[in-house]
Design a protein around this ligand. Sequence first.
Ligand code: FAD
Length: 636
Amino acid sequence: TTRIERHHYDVVVIGAGGAGLRAAIEARLAGKRTAIISKSLFGKAHTVMAEGGAAAAMGNVNSRDNWQVHFRDTMRGGKFLNNFRMAELHAKESPQRIWELETYGALFDRTKDGKISQRNFGGHEYPRLAHVGDRTGLELIRTLQQKIVSLQQEDKREHGDYEARIKVFAETTITELLLDSSGPDGPRIAGAFGYYRESGEFVLFEAPAVVLATGGVGKSYKVTSNSWEYTGDGHALALRAGATLINMEFLQFHPTGMVWPPSVKGILVTESVRGDGGVLKNSDGKRFMFDYVPDVFRKQYAETEEEADRWYSDPDNNRRPPELLPRDEVARAINSEVKAGRGTPAGGVYLDIASRLPAEEVKRRLPSMYHQFKELADVDITKQPMEVGPTCHYVMGGVEVEPDTAAAHGHVRGLFAAGEVSGGMHGSNRLGGNSLSDLLVFGRRAGGHAAAYADGLASRPKVAATDVAASVDRALAPLERPDGENPYKLQQDLQAVMGDLVGIIRRKGELEDALVRLADLRERVAKVGATGGRRYNPGWHLALDLRNMLVVSECTAKAALEREESRGGHTREDFPKMAPDWRMVNLVCSLDGDKVRLEHKPLPKMRAELIQLFDRTELAKYLTEDELADFDALSE
Ligand code: FAD
């Protein structure tokens, strides 16, 4: 028989990015025995790569900012498809979560009078991103880890063991969630099964509550800012456990990824470059974003370069530069310029900070970007423009959750999700900076509610031996087929389907073609093989990840074909406009056996006092006639 290491916890958190760490801290503060599991090294999650900052309406730089303005910006950014309650909780609680981080030891950049400084970012009306240079994510992870260490020191004093109540399992990949279906109320979480990447040994965590905090899905695309571990594992684990995913058609293509040299194509160029004055130019030297301001945003954006430039020093009396439109708009604009033959030699556009700020200022404000371009592209961004183009960056879609508790919808209890793996908060498009704050707000909520759920159980769920045996068999299957399909080739083929047919601009025929090809890939993935043994074997690991990438890609392609409109991170060439009727629809993915099922579900209706934060002319651009009539009735 195969050896399996067993552990017992109250709460298991899968993922050690900002959402996972914040959830684990909360569960531990509630007294629960908590495990944190991460596929990569501890500390190496996407969160650490976040550059620009965390959005929180503290009003430190412009005192007019408050949660209502942040809420409005978030809903606009998401084109009103956001779960309003999540956007509300996020806008209200972000400032507390940032201040709390300072009590854990974070030190954000300061304003002259010593407050936490805030920077401008696309779609945010006022300077709102708390930041540490362009290395904000690093500070976030550093302080959350520091808080965990301090809790472990408390536990050492109290229990004689640092790891008595919180333990980190790094380089450990979860491949299955295990359920107990014996109770009267249907299936509930009983544990999680996985393997240690280094030894290939199996490990079983028995626990009544699991928090998914596994981040994104970007590795299904070739050009992406995401790193190797972002294969949609949490999304797929949730689906297979009977939970649902929403909004999977909405993917954010960040407008500025590196396009040259080819080996680094996709690596992110932070939006802070534009927030700090950088401008986009085509090969004719034209600042083209002025040609791409859509009607819904016309009132908030400058019409001339002069006005746009004045905004940096006098934002109260000028409108914002169009380079700071939400990301979906900027990405589409760059795409159009390149397609019209006005791109750079490497197929991007120019991003120029060199002619806008003194060299010293560039190095001070954007140290990581300076080094990134110097080392990877031999470009000195204080002297030359950067070449940039869209890169797959963030998935708005994710696990459908209860806004207040982060509990997953669907047929399973004991499952929670927070951070990028959850859906709803960002609607059809996320504003920059709204992820780091999302992680803290909903990570805390998920950890707290997972702990409360574990406390409320009359009996502990049990893991079935047959389920564990099946998990072992599934994990070992690729190793028993050394001549099976090559996982690297399969990943390349999947990336080609998604990049070419389910990319930034989508068409009906291509999406149908994508689904046919994904069905074919599904058959090949079932026959994936890996050579070698279980000790550190990346080919085997990828073979196991492919199952997840595939099912998540199927959700995305299916939903993209179904949604016949263009909104945020979903652009249909054949349906180029936003359609008010579609705004009222969430597309919900679930699994029926191993088939992806898609259903329409009405979007929750915004509460009166929230919808009244908007004026009617703006709402008229998004809402249906019926919704507008309801709104008018409110004001009577
Ligand atoms: P992550 O930080 O992505 O962590 C996921 C964790 O899950 C990792 O520990 C991973 O190892 C683990 N994991 C995954 N699968 C498994 C599995 N099967 N088993 C065990 N563990 C697993 N957002 C902002 O708000 N502001 C910014 O300035 C910003 N800049 C960014 C820059 C870059 C280059 C990138 C890529 C993203 C940026 N974002 C930014 C987005 C933001 O960083 C991410 O959305 C966010 O960090 C996601 O956090 P998370 O906690 O949900 O997951």
